[in-house]
Design a protein around this ligand. Structure first.
Ligand SMILES: *[C@@H]1O[C@H](CO)[C@@H](O)[C@H](O)[C@H]1NC(C)=O
Ligand SMILES: *[C@@H]1O[C@H](CO)[C@@H](O)[C@H](O)[C@H]1NC(C)=O
Length: 274
């Protein structure tokens, strides 16, 4: 064996080691990856903004403390409250398309009142409509998959979801599942209390108390509000905000105004407490 042979073996070993460490690295980042939905560095929005919402680890916040300090008062981000590792895996791009690609889903326009509804096969939504949102698109022209879920067809998946265990007295759960592209989101609106969790991707949240209605146009997107209105807000009109990642659950109290912005292609589940 000459120099060339040794060199080749050496090179092959280096490549082998490199590919092994790449794999280990991928496995280690599994909970933080995009599940095949998007590569954060390619299309994700990078500005996560500040986090001005309380973040509480459930190990140090009891259900009673949650009720006393947050349930009827202010939003909170709970970490370690659910372990949806299994559900998350079922929500990878390959798995979701494999199970539900040919199922019709109902899309809504992403404006405050969600006027228009359109039914398309899930595969078609992923192939053609799930793309980064530009800042000048109108909410009323943007189709968004969130809610309007067919619980009969999707029950094999939704049954695997572990909802946050904290309850408000006298309420029951209703799930809303969605998948949406970077730059999309729902502009300001309000409804009853609930939780929101991302399985893949990051989601930036903006919230205001019920008596502090934010300035926004109901047909403009969260992204255009962020670019045009948000930078000009006086400090006393700043929203509460934070970006949540997989493994974190945001709680929003009853009638709080909120808007969302998906920084990456996101797969998410909300639990509305009706
Ligand atoms: C849900 O899917 C089932 C089975 O395909 C269908 O019969 C039913 O009409 C659907 N429900 C709604 C509300 O679309
Ligand atoms: C928003 O868009 C909807 C549907 O295109 C339209 O009917 C409505 O008048 C618009 N609202 C405003 C305030 O422009």
């Amino acid at each position: 064996m000459g120099h060339k042979g040794v060199l080749e073996i050496l090179l092959a070993s280096i490549l082998l080691v490199a590919s092994i460490s790449l794999h280990t690295c991928n496995a280690a980042q599994e909970s933080d990856d995009g599940g095949g939905w998007s590569s954060r560095s390619e299309v994700g929005l990078q500005d996560e903004g500040p986090c001005t919402i309380d973040v509480q680890d459930t190990a140090s916040l009891t259900h009673r403390q949650f009720i006393e300090h947050y349930a009827y008062r202010q939003p909170v981000i709970l970490t370690g409250i659910t372990d949806n590792t299994k559900f998350r895996l079922l929500c990878s791009k390959t798995n979701l398309l494999g199970s539900f690609g040919d199922h019709k889903i109902r899309l809504s326009t992403a404006n405050t009142h969600s006027y228009r509804k359109v039914d398309v096969p899930f595969q078609e939504y992923v192939d053609f409509l799930l793309k980064p949102q530009s800042a000048d698109a109108l909410g009323s022209d943007t189709l968004y998959f969130f809610g309007d879920n067919n619980f009969t067809e999707w029950s094999p998946l939704f049954d695997q979801y572990q909802p946050p265990p904290y309850r408000l007295p006298g309420t029951t759960d209703a799930f809303s599942f969605g998948v949406a592209g970077p730059g999309t989101g729902v502009p300001f609106h309000w409804h009853g209390p609930g939780f929101s969790e991302v399985l893949y991707g990051r989601k930036r949240w903006f919230l205001y108390p019920p008596d502090q209605e934010p300035h926004f146009h109901p047909n403009r997107t969260t992204l255009s509000w962020l670019e045009e209105t948000y930078p000009l807000l006086p400090p006393e009109e700043a929203p509460l905000e934070c970006t949540i990642r997989p493994g974190e659950v945001l709680f929003f109290p009853d009638r709080w105004w909120h808007a969302t912005l998906n920084l990456d292609t996101s797969v998410f589940m909300s639990t509305f407490l009706g």
